[in-house]
Design a binder for this molecule. Structure first.
Ligand code: F3S
Length: 423
């Protein structure tokens, strides 16, 4: 890569050996990926590694130690993905606790490291750092050093900021030196469209299945989605931002999408329209039958496919405030229709700690509590890293959770019926 004078001096040790190694890592990564230069990061980072579970991430602990010993911090306070468990709110058996304790034995020490390197605050644990309540909200055009796939695709697509799908540690190093390799989704050319998606369904598609269908088809390419504005509007609002959050997370996990454009809605599609589309872009038409085909293709991974569900996770990615209110009323309505007061399946709704704080000041908080639903700040996926939990018949409305665990996916309406069902 072509480096500035200042960058060369840092590599030569001008800011100490460890700081130099941090920059050297980014330069080597940039060279490997074919980047020509580094570019300044213009907004606080969000990091993906909220825990060190298992031996694979142990080197991260040692790297953090070296950074701390040398008095190095990120330039600005950062947010981080959700914690892997929530023992205060989600009850576990003694055996499950034992596995958690072993799996995340250095969690407390690691969290102390995060604070020393620049963690924003105690509430900073969520994958949806861009919520108003959390406040790590990039602006259009900001250059980011983020790694969490659901957050990257949201920031790129819905906000119009620019981040590659970085890996853990690389994104933190970008926050320390304030630079990232300039390539891929940071460039105008790298944000051009490979696929035109034509949504021709008769009703609004389930966000998580639409995202899944798109991700499975385009894999890591960039889709331009036409026909969706018919259902979710031409102006961004709280409802369609939640929809795009969930759809995007499914594109990013069922495929590896880092950016999508929605015709007439997302900022770059509004600004540039079809000029974003590359010549010879491929076309994928999505109709009701296609979504049904995708839904029916999901394998059932339970040990006993006909088992009764034991547990339910809603909120991966974390629910936003509007979705939390929606689910509270939906659950109450379904329970009432069935003459019940409490959910029949242990149900965990996951959201950001700052959203929980806001929610506690609403009448819906007590309503939700009365249904027996557990409100948690955990990451359902990391919670299910515990093999004893993953062995249970668990249902979810998250396509990301379905993809990475044995959880079984159902659409929102079915989830509501199952957790509120009689008998
Ligand atoms: Fe967020 Fe964890 Fe799901 S980080 S997107 S809740 S896997």
């Amino acid at each position: 890569m072509i480096l500035t004078e200042e960058e060369r001096e840092i590599l030569d040790g001008a800011k100490g050996e460890t700081y130099g190694k941090v920059l050297k890592t980014l330069v080597m990564f940039g060279d490997a990926i074919g980047a020509e230069r580094l570019i300044d990061v213009t907004h606080p980072i969000h990091i993906v590694t909220s825990s060190i579970g298992g031996i694979l991430l142990k080197p991260l602990y040692d790297i953090m130690d070296e950074i701390i010993e040398n008095g190095i911090k990120t330039r600005e306070p950062f947010t981080v993905d959700p914690r892997p468990y929530d023992h205060e709110n989600i009850r576990c058996t003694d055996e499950e606790m034992e596995v958690f304790n072993e799996l995340y034995s250095i969690q407390d020490a690691y969290e102390e490291q995060l604070v020393k390197v620049g963690l924003k605050n105690e509430n900073a644990y969520t994958c949806t750092c861009y919520f108003e309540e959390v406040g790590n909200i990039p602006q259009y055009g900001d250059i980011l050093s983020w790694a969490e796939s659901s957050a990257v695709v949201y920031a790129n697509s819905v906000i119009g900021a620019r981040s590659n799908r970085n890996s853990g540690i690389i994104e933190m190093f970008g926050g320390i030196v304030g630079k990232v390799p300039y390539y891929g989704l940071l460039t105008d050319e790298g944000r051009k469209v490979d696929w035109i998606i034509e949504v021709k369904t008769t009703k609004i598609p389930e966000a998580q299945i639409l995202g899944s269908a798109i991700g499975l088809k385009v894999v890591e390419d960039i889709p331009y989605i036409k026909g969706l504005d018919r259902f979710i509007g031409k102006e961004l609002n709280l409802e369609n931002k939640g929809y795009l959050k969930d759809m995007g997370a499914a594109t990013a996990s069922n495929g590896a999408v880092g950016l999508f454009h929605v015709d007439n809605l997302t900022p770059e599609a509004k600004e540039h329209g079809e000029a974003l589309i590359k010549e010879n872009a491929k076309i994928y038409v999505i109709d009701d039958e296609d979504l049904q085909r995708v839904y029916e293709s999901y394998p059932v991974m339970w040990q006993d496919p006909s088992a009764q569900p034991d547990m339910c996770f809603i909120g991966c990615p974390h629910l936003d405030f509007t979705q939390l209110i929606y689910w509270t009323h939906t659950i109450c309505k379904n329970l009432k229709a069935n003459g019940l007061d409490q959910v029949k399946i242990q149900t965990v709704i996951a959201t950001a700690p700052d959203v929980i704080d806001r929610f506690k000041n609403t009448p819906e908080f007590e309503l939700l509590q009365s249904t027996g639903v557990i409100l948690s700040h955990t990451c359902p996926l990391m919670f299910m890293n515990n093999p004893l939990i993953d062995a249970k018949p668990i249902i979810t409305n998250s396509n990301k959770l379905r993809t990475y665990t044995n959880a079984r996916y159902y659409i929102d309406d079915t989830i509501a019926q199952l957790i509120c069902g009689k008998g």
